[in-house]
Write a protein that binds this ligand. Structure first.
Ligand code: NAI
Length: 285
């Protein structure tokens, strides 16, 4: 999908990967709508882009709130017909034993990282499809959805959900004018750990997670610049690439995970069974 002249809507655009991608898309001649729960941050970032001569709009949006989507959608449509949708806002939280997770921490991860893609698509995807114009949907998953490190179960599993949504939508959109990409970054030096701190879990033991977050912040501070990741996102949109991998140092681990899975395939549990009609399943839809 050619970026120049298109209108792009980016969630989580006040900071990190979203902001860097808004800048990169703007530099390639796209008109950009920066949406974030940090409305002041989104508007300030849009002001900055306009000062550089780009066409930009900042809007406040809580991606977990359908009414907020309706408002942001209206503001977006006044600005332009969205043809690039980057569903990117994300948070990460929860540590310690899974069975002790605060329910709100769990719901928060899923609401922002996973469920919000439905609202994003409900707001823009129908029109993108109906336009018949080359359009592009990008969703931010994470390398942790392929190689899960021993960090938050809530975060990791919500990122698997995002990958799952992208995998399923890839089929659904195959015959449409909408291309799809899934972004699978490793570590990036962004404010994600600070965002996590904005949640104030009620229960004491969850509050103690701040210590873990600080250690994590140190590790993430050494991560890749979000600008490099943004450049790959723009390239993938222009080339129509589905997978966006940015961190090759994870490839050997990804191979191990895949091998572990493939090695577990054995002979059929029922030697008399003729096997699943997979072609039939595909045609049945
Ligand atoms: P960031 O914290 O710098 O930016 C995330 C933005 O999302 C913030 O501006 C925040 O205000 C916004 N946001 C949070 N909750 C929101 C909500 N309910 N509605 C609207 N906006 C909301 O973090 P970063 O790293 O740029 O995160 C972007 C995406 O990249 C996330 O989906 C994250 O999970 C993913 N990611 C980040 C990695 C990293 O190492 N930083 C690695 C892999 C994936």
């Amino acid at each position: 999908t050619k970026v120049r002249g298109k209108t792009a809507f980016i969630t989580g655009a006040a900071s990190g990967i979203g902001l860097a991608t808004a800048r990169a898309l703007g530099a390639r001649g796209a008109r950009v709508i920066l949406a974030d729960i940090d409305g002041a941050g989104a508007r300030a970032a849009a002001d900055g882009l306009r000062a550089e001569g780009r066409d930009a709009l900042g809007v406040e949006l809580d991606v977990t709130d359908e009414a907020s989507w309706a408002k942001a959608g209206d503001a977006a449509r006044d600005f332009g017909a969205v043809r690039i949708l980057f569903s990117n806002a994300g948070v990460g939280g929860g540590s310690g034993p899974f069975e002790q997770y605060d329910t709100e921490v769990w719901r928060w991860n899923y609401a922002v990282n996973a469920h919000a893609h439905l609202y994003a698509c409900r707001t823009f995807l129908g029109d993108m499809k109906a336009s018949g114009e080359p359009s592009h949907l990008v969703m931010t998953s994470s390398m942790v959805a392929i190689v899960p490190p021993p960090i938050s179960v809530a975060y990791i599993s919500s990122k698997y959900a995002t990958l799952g949504i992208a995998m399923a939508l890839r089929n659904e959109l195959a015959e449409s004018s909408v291309d799809i990409s899934v972004l699978m970054p490793g570590m990036s030096a962004t404010r994600i750990v600070e965002t996590t701190r904005n949640l104030r879990p009620a229960r004491q033991e969850i509050g103690k997670a701040a210590a873990t977050s600080q250690a994590m912040q140190g590790v993430l501070a050494g991560g890749m610049s979000p600008d490099r990741i943004a450049a790959r996102v723009v390239e993938a949109i222009e080339k129509g690439e589905y997978w966006i991998f940015t961190h090759p140092e994870w490839k050997a681990m990804a191979e191990l995970v895949t091998q572990d899975m493939l090695a577990a395939f054995g002979p059929s549990a029922d030697p008399a069974y003729k096997g699943d009609d997979i072609d039939g399943l595909i045609r049945a839809n």
